[in-house]
Design a protein around this ligand. Structure first.
Ligand SMILES: [Zn+2]
Ligand SMILES: [Zn+2]
Length: 312
């Protein structure tokens, strides 16, 4: 039942045994949670973070598959937030996926996304471009509906040749069918994650684009930085490990894999994440303590030789 492409990919061992950032069909990934765990197991990944956008419903199946296949599944989530003129993606780890508070918050975000998609479809209709809401929902599948799904529906209906053209002509900012999205602050996302017992981590900080903004986010209260990511160079990874150390934060890492046949396929485990990342993350999650505890862990980390070579 696995896709051909992953079978081929998985013939070789992954670069890393740890991947803390993976999307499934519970949001916009192409592998089901079970398939993602199976792909991880086949390529030798032992620790897998399932971090779907605004969604926790893939977690139970992933946990069950992890038990069956000997993969440690970390229940997580990724919440896109607006931060000034840019976006900050907040990862939550070790969240209680049954938490009524977090589930209600995510439900609210998904509902607002759906409302936005409906408004976009109404605008397109007013422009004479008929797009079927049902079809957009089908394209989105289990995932949270968004502009990429509307773009694909426009391509299917023959109004545009590519999703890129759909954005350039209709869906992008300043275009006739553009509808601003519901703005969620990083603090609100972090609060919802903390209330569900989770640790908060800034995803791919290089994408925030400005270290002053990253520093300001840290000032607002975060548990960690995602230093290792498929979009980070080795130099950027080192830089964010350094910054995390300076600020007394945890380091995490992962591929941000959305599965084969996604817009940009990255195999699970393809980003090297050092073993010590997992050691300290588990310790901290067990202690469930705040910054004082993180500082103690960092003191321990300083004595660890492999900390000096964060890329290994
Ligand atoms: Zn992200
Ligand atoms: Zn992601």
């Amino acid at each position: 039942m696995r896709l051909k492409m992953t079978q081929a990919d998985n013939l070789k061992r992954a670069a890393s045994t740890i991947d803390l950032h993976v999307h499934t069909t519970a949001s916009d990934g192409t592998l089901t949670p079970e398939q993602a765990v199976a792909a991880a197991a086949e390529s030798g990944v032992q620790v897998l973070g399932i971090t779907d956008h605004d969604a926790l419903h893939g977690i139970p199946a992933a946990l069950a598959a992890g038990q069956r296949l000997g993969v440690t599944v970390v229940p997580g989530v990724e919440i896109n937030t607006d931060y000034g003129e840019t976006e900050a993606h907040i990862l939550g780890y070790f969240v209680d996926h049954t938490s009524p508070g977090l589930n209600a918050a995510l439900e609210d975000i998904r509902r607002r996304r759906l409302e936005r998609a409906r408004n976009i479809i109404a605008r397109l209709s007013a422009l004479g471009l008929g797009v079927d809401e049902q079809r957009v929902a089908e394209i989105a599948g289990d995932g949270s509906v968004g502009r990429p799904h509307v773009a694909r529906a426009l391509v299917e209906a023959g109004y545009v040749k590519t999703a890129g053209e759909a954005f350039a002509r209709y869906l992008g900012r300043g275009r006739p069918a553009y509808v601003p999205r519901y703005r969620l602050t990083p603090q609100a996302a972090a609060q919802a994650i903390r209330a569900a017992g989770g640790l908060t981590v800034l995803a791919h900080p290089a994408k925030v684009g400005d270290d002053l903004l990253v520093q300001a986010l840290i000032d607002q209260g975060l548990d960690g930085l995602e230093a290792f990511h498929c979009d980070h160079s080795a130099a950027q990874a080192r830089h964010y490990v350094q910054l995390a150390r300076q600020r007394g934060l945890l380091v995490t890492g992962g591929t941000d894999s959305h599965g084969p046949h996604s817009d940009r396929p990255v195999a699970i485990g393809a980003v090297r994440v050092p073993r010590w990342v997992w050691t300290y993350l588990t310790e901290l999650s067990r202690s469930r303590a705040g910054s004082v505890e993180i500082k103690r862990l960092l003191d321990v980390q300083r004595g660890t030789p492999e900390r000096k070579q964060p890329n290994r």
